[in-house]
Ligand binder design. Structure first.
Ligand code: XMP
Length: 528
């Protein structure tokens, strides 16, 4: 179910770049840089890239990624020789450069004492090279190195075009065959002028930047129609960007064959159910079943305080509820999900033999197996920001597209300890004020995610002439790129003071406000 098709039929019309992955931590960034240039690319692990695969994929150019292995080691990974026989430009990065040199007749050795890690500066070494056009602004250019091996002898046909103190072959090329190698990583932000190298590489390979959201929309719609035929599709709408964009796209493709189900588990934010349903039913005219199951969920969660048990209960009930509503609408052959590209990129396994680890993330885990449905995942080739661009293309309002992520278990994991209706009501009010403050100060789009957690502790306060004994709450606001790491947002003190006053003055039940300044790691974004 999670197997990536070798070359999705609907992408056949695009000019395609192939990224052969040797397991670098930053391979995904190569794809980011290329997509920013409107170049369609796919990442495939080296051990899946066979001659037949290459012929089928028909790349216009190939990038060989970095990786943790060492070329001089027996059994270190190699791409098929055919990569260099297809007549297309090849760019080798770090390990990719080294493996290219070794396979084409050069030599690679382990660096003794002079390995380069981190920031380095490279200087031009020879004549003009198309790949380096416009690259050097001054006498030298900052790059990011991370290597323990280096090329000691160039393959025939290659010459050095840039050097650094630790890497005499920082950039090498055989311009006739359009083979290029670089010891540094142009894909990371610490190589500030890196995007220019990708731009030059794409230009010399003849890419015209045909990967646009308008084109994607048309092709995705055709592909959905072909996959689904006249069968029925059901989609669990969470109100998040991914499932929303997937639903709107599928609706455009198959109209009323799609039914969306929005489950209100009683753990939503203030006015969330109304906002989401109003938006989809009234504004986008999407067939939508709203399942108010708050009594069921809150009932089953009563007295439960262990975070994992809460998650399991919520996940299990969700499947039951969805199943029930799917049956009510007469069953469905397909389940639509907003799975994104980072969720399906296969990571390279060096120890696990030919089978590679597949990261799979399903918003509705367990559903397809239990209900015997096939998946429709029209966003599985897109990154998050591309999904947002597609959402705009489909007419979803900006305010909706830019929404902060919201976890499936909802407020349950922002209410550490036992969940009560009283606590949820207090939490909703405080959270709405915090988000309103953030919007008012124009910070919503700068912050990746923000919310309030109600703490399982009552503290003493004085309000008016009396003492209070109410809940404390914590504000949480983070910056992040993907939620994997995060930093707390540095609000100024006036903002924090104003927000605390607003919450305490207008939310009965809260008499103390704290601000969580933990980064991730070591903390997590949510409190449970
Ligand atoms: P953490 O707390 O792990 O959160 O730093 C990272 C991101 O994931 C979201 N999150 C969840 N999303 N189900 C979800 O759908 C969950 O159980 C869950 N737990 C955390 C969190 O909101 C943040 O965006």
């Amino acid at each position: 179910m999670t197997d990536t098709p070798i070359a999705p039929a609907h992408q056949a019309d695009h000019q395609k770049m192939l990224i052969v992955d040797f397991g670098s931590q930053v391979t995904q960034l190569i794809a980011r840089r290329l997509r920013e240039l409107n170049v369609y690319c796919e990442i495939h692990p080296f051990n899946r890239v066979t001659d037949a695969f290459l012929d089928d994929f028909a790349p216009r150019a190939i990038v060989l990624s970095g990786g943790p292995a060492s070329v001089p080691d027996a059994g270190s990974p190699r791409p098929p020789m055919r990569v260099f026989e297809m007549g297309v430009p090849v760019l080798g990065i770090c390990y990719g450069q080294q493996v290219m040199m070794q396979m084409l007749g050069g030599e690679v050795v382990r660096t003794a004492g002079t390995a380069e890690f981190g920031r380095a500066f490279i200087e031009p070494a020879a004549d003009r090279l198309e790949l380096l056009h416009g690259w050097f602004h001054g006498a030298r250019e900052q790059v990011w190195m991370s290597h323990g091996d280096h090329v000691s002898k160039l393959a025939p046909g290659f010459a050095p075009y840039a050097t650094s103190p630790g890497a005499p072959f920082a950039v090498v090329a055989d311009p006739d065959r359009r083979f290029f190698g670089m010891q540094f990583h142009p894909e990371v932000h610490h190589t500030p002028n890196g995007p220019k190298l990708f731009e030059n590489f794409c230009a010399l390979a003849g890419f015209t930047g045909d990967w646009t959201m308008g084109a994607y929309r048309e092709q995705a719609i055709a592909a959905i129609r072909e996959q689904v035929g006249d069968a029925r599709v059901i989609c669990a709408l969470s109100g998040g960007v991914d499932s929303s964009v997937a639903a709107v796209l599928i609706h455009e493709a198959i109209g009323d064959q799609l039914t969306c189900v929005f489950v209100d588990h009683g753990l939503l934010r203030k006015d969330e159910a109304a906002e989401v349903t109003g938006m989809f039913r009234d504004h986008m005219n999407l067939p939508l079943v709203v399942a108010d199951e708050s009594e069921l969920f809150l009932g089953k969660l009563e007295g439960v305080s262990d975070p994992e048990t809460k998650r399991k209960i919520i996940g299990g009930l969700f499947i039951d509820v969805f199943d029930k509503h799917a049956k009510e609408i007469g069953g469905a052959e397909f389940l639509a999900q907003g799975t994104l590209y980072p969720d399906v990129i296969e990571s390279v396994s060096f120890s696990g033999g030919p089978s590679v680890t597949i990261k799979s993330h399903h918003n509705v885990g367990g559903l397809p197996e239990k209900m015997g449905m096939k998946l429709v995942e029209p966003l599985r080739e897109l990154f998050k920001d591309e999904v947002r661009a597609l959402g705009r293309e489909l007419g979803l309002p900006d305010r909706f597209i830019g929404r902060h992520p919201f976890p499936g278990p909802g407020l349950a994991i922002r209410c550490p300890g036992e969940i009560t209706r009283e606590k949820l009501d207090i939490l909703r009010e405080a959270d709405a004020i915090f988000i309103d403050q953030i919007r008012k100060h124009g910070l919503y789009d700068t912050i990746w995610q923000a919310f309030v957690a109600i703490l399982p502790v009552r503290t003493v306060g004085v309000m008016g002439d009396g003492r209070t004994y109410d809940f404390a709450c914590a504000l949480r606001a983070v910056t992040s790129v993907d939620g994997m790491t995060a930093d707390y947002y540095p609000f100024d003190h006036d903002f924090l003071g104003e927000t605390a006053t607003r919450i305490i003055n207008s939310v009965p039940g809260i008499n103390r406000v704290t601000y969580d300044i933990t980064s991730k790691p070591p903390g997590t974004i949510e409190w449970e």
